[in-house]
Write a protein that binds this ligand. Sequence first.
Ligand SMILES: [Zn+2]
Length: 41
Amino acid sequence: MRVSLSRPVALICPHCGHAFQADVWVVVHAAERPDLVVDNG
Ligand SMILES: [Zn+2]
């Protein structure tokens, strides 16, 4: 089942005010995208 979902969002830097776009992961399914899961072990 495809669960992981990313979407581009427009962001504005709170420091200098410049606009940029970034992909934000809305949902991350660990089994589908293990590369996105941080292993703290
Ligand atoms: Zn900035």
